[in-house]
Design a protein around this ligand. Structure first.
Ligand SMILES: Cc1cc2nc3c(=O)[nH]c(=O)nc-3n(C[C@H](O)[C@H](O)[C@H](O)COP(=O)(O)OP(=O)(O)OC[C@H]3O[C@@H](n4cnc5c(N)ncnc54)[C@H](O)[C@@H]3O)c2cc1C
Length: 451
């Protein structure tokens, strides 16, 4: 079959994978979305209880809305905030349903390669289509031939560990019965019982950690004895709690303020500069030990929210260009590197920054960020709009993208990944004061001092 007539395989029926399919349909290109789970948005459904900090208007994709319109779908009030469950049930599943048999469930992608060419072989490489290996829900195997592959498989299933060196802390695995890597759903009686009246260590300092601290503080008001021990690898400074009221996403700013209130009201105690090296058992409790030898008072539970990382294992036969630190596409990495960009600003990027030495393969969505934080669905929607324009040969549209992204309001002169004990200052940070209208593909913010 002519390569151009083959489908574009999209890995993952999450928000970005489904948006990619909608854009492909709009461009007259056949998509085939392969989803490991039994329904759309399998990952989002796992955090169904968490309320998004983005309102509805910022988590739906324009091409998807167009595809949904004939089904009678209307977007919920754009100013209200869905939970993960609302996002999945009221938008993502209807979108997948509208795509019909262009979405396959129970199809886990286990490998992607150039047909007949392993990673080493140059000869005739670019002319070959891709072969996508899948494992079906009944344990069977299949091969699908594709003209291009958009990997939007997210990072949800590969959360970061507790160990400060990026590997599991000594004893972390054996303490698995007391360690969770998810924001707890305290409305679930079993989960509530796990944390009520208990002492819980929360490791991490992003939006998910803030959410967990806020939830545990609420629980403490109803269940005496509930207490959180907040473990931070760095010190507490101006930027620790995010941008607060300066955040252009007010609900995201409010999360940090709720975490701050949890500390100030005494429901959480912060332990700074603590780089976890080991987890030891103390009868029925756990003791966290830092690299500097500090040992914390025992806790009953640990919630680890240290971010996510991409699973690149099924892409090992492709020639990817990835940044050695973030595991994000090489040209994208400097634009999102938290060592440099404390303000959470996302700089312009489209197909140009998302391309690899292996033409026709793209990482999109949460996975494109590798280990970098502050990914927004809006960013993913623009990514796939640009990628699909390029696949359709519309290079002008692929390059010309205007993206308005809400900034976090954190204007630290230093990066997010400061050494422990160093407070972040707000000196020198013009980056968040700049307008956030960005030109994708031009390589420069529309009007920003940069940071
Ligand atoms: C708790 C939480 C709250 C968030 N809140 C916001 C917010 O308010 N605003 C915002 O803009 N962003 C938010 N985000 C960030 C981001 O928008 C979401 O994580 C979003 O779900 C990312 O979409 P995605 O399509 O890239 O990946 P995912 O949603 O993770 O979807 C990936 C899909 O791929 C499937 N998959 C994985 N591996 C395979 C495989 N090998 N084969 C086949 N299928 C596979 C998964 O089952 C899943 O369905 C939040 C993230 C989290 C975790």
């Amino acid at each position: 079959m002519e390569k151009q007539n083959l489908p574009v395989v999209v890995v993952g029926a999450g928000p970005v994978g489904l948006a990619a399919a909608a854009h492909l349909v709009e461009r007259g290109i056949e998509p085939l979305v392969l989803e490991a789970g039994a329904s759309a948005a399998t990952a989002v459904r796992e955090w169904a209880h968490v309320r998004l900090f983005s309102p509805w208007a910022e988590v739906t994709d324009p091409a998807a809305e167009k595809l949904l319109a004939p089904t009678g779908w209307t977007r919920p009030d754009g100013t209200t905030y869905p939970t993960g469950g609302d996002w999945a049930g009221q938008y993502l599943q209807p979108l997948a349903d509208a795509l019909g048999d262009q979405v396959r469930y129970g199809a886990t992608v286990t490998g992607v390669a150039r047909a007949g060419r392993d990673r080493i072989v140059d000869s005739g490489r670019e002319e070959q289509p891709f072969t996508v290996h899948i494992r079906t829900a009944d344990g069977g195997e299949e091969r699908i031939t594709a003209r291009a592959v958009i990997d939007a498989s997210g990072t949800w299933s590969t959360p970061g560990p507790m160990g400060a060196n990026g590997l599991p802390a000594l004893g972390e695995r054996t303490a698995a019965d007391r360690v969770s890597y998810r924001v707890p759903d305290l409305k679930d009686p079993a989960v509530r019982a796990r944390y009520a009246g208990r002492r819980t260590a929360v490791v991490g300092s992003g939006a998910s950690a803030f959410t967990a601290l806020a939830l545990l503080a609420d629980l403490a008001k109803e269940e005496p004895g509930t207490h959180a021990v907040w473990i931070l690898r760095r010190g507490i400074g101006e930027a620790t709690y995010g941008g607060g009221e300066a955040d252009q996403l007010p609900a995201r700013g409010a999360l940090g303020l709720r975490a701050k209130a949890a500390v100030e009201e005494g429901h959480a105690s912060a332990v700074t500069g603590f780089r976890t090296e080991a987890v030891e058992r103390d009868d029925d409790r756990l003791v966290l030990v830092a690299e500097d030898g500090r040992r914390l008072d025992p806790v009953d539970e640990v919630i680890v929210l240290t971010g996510f990382r991409p699973d690149l294992s099924f892409l090992s036969e492709l020639r990817l260009g990835l940044d050695e630190r973030l595991e994000a596409p090489t040209a994208l990495a400097p634009l999102i590197d938290p060592n440099v960009h404390s303000c959470g600003t996302v700089y312009p990027h489209g197909v140009k920054e998302l391309s690899h030495p292996e033409q026709g393969v793209y990482l999109a969505g949460m996975k494109s960020y590798g280990r970098a934080p502050t990914f927004l669905a809006l960013t993913g929607y623009e990514q796939v709009r640009s990628i699909t324009a390029a696949l359709a040969g519309d290079h002008e549209a692929a390059e010309r993208v205007e993206l308005t992204l809400p900034e976090t309001g954190v204007c630290g002169g230093a990066g997010l990944f400061d050494e422990p004990g160093t407070a972040q200052s707000d000196e020198g940070g013009g980056c968040c004061a700049a307008p956030a209208t960005l030109q994708i593909g031009t390589g420069a913010p529309a009007a920003s001092g940069g940071c």
